[in-house]
Design a protein around this ligand. Sequence first.
Ligand code: FPP
Length: 242
Amino acid sequence: MDFKSKLNRTKIPEHIAIIMDGNGRWAKKQGYKRTFGHKNGAVAVEKTIEAAVEIGLKYITLYAFSTENWKRPQTEVNIIMSLLVQTIKKQTVKLSENNIKLEVIGDIKKLSKKVKLALNGIIDSTKNNTGLTLILALNYGSRQEIIEAVKSITEEVKSGKLETENINENIISEHLFTSEYPDPELLIRTSGEYRISNFLLWQIAYTELYFPNVLWPDFEKENLYEAIYNYQQRNRRFGNIG
Ligand code: FPP
């Protein structure tokens, strides 16, 4: 089915978040090493970004590396990091040609110099772009993000900048890495797993969830359009009666 042509162009979500799962299984299924799956996962990232631009999405957040992913074998971590650098470098011109701004959420201090250098270079060179904002979640963990927010709010209360009774949802949101972005309307997790895995826990309070049974390297533009089409059929009530 051609989902792209069926989309209601007045109801495209502003922000979609994606947990790109299934690279390892995709490779194993074909008798290859897990890292082959990540390589093909990077290709799926490129296609997804193109699709996001084509339909005029404002924000896309990709869960590229979690705070828990350091537990993987060092060789696998290294491959993911070098794929990240390679993809960023390869896409530098394309990002700007397509008016895409690259941003990162997560604790990037812990990443290697090489990765930080590549990231900071492209963050800087794309900072004035006004189209899609591509947000990479790197060394990202939602609980850690919330801990950091609580610490900084506590400091503001201690210093008298903020009154305890004035702490509300907006104050918490403003202290998260995502303070500049709207909450995602749609979260996609590929591979048929039904978990959130410490991703955007605060931000997805009212997000629509979609779990396609496709491994990330097989994720095509049409899969993104199908997810949006599915989202557009839903009745979002936000606790109201609709
Ligand atoms: C999850 O699949 C995937 C990851 C933890 C890494 C995602 C990385 C990429 C797609 C490559 C580069 C990224 C960018 C942004 C260019 P998994 O390994 O957990 O798969 P499995 O559940 O089948 O083992």
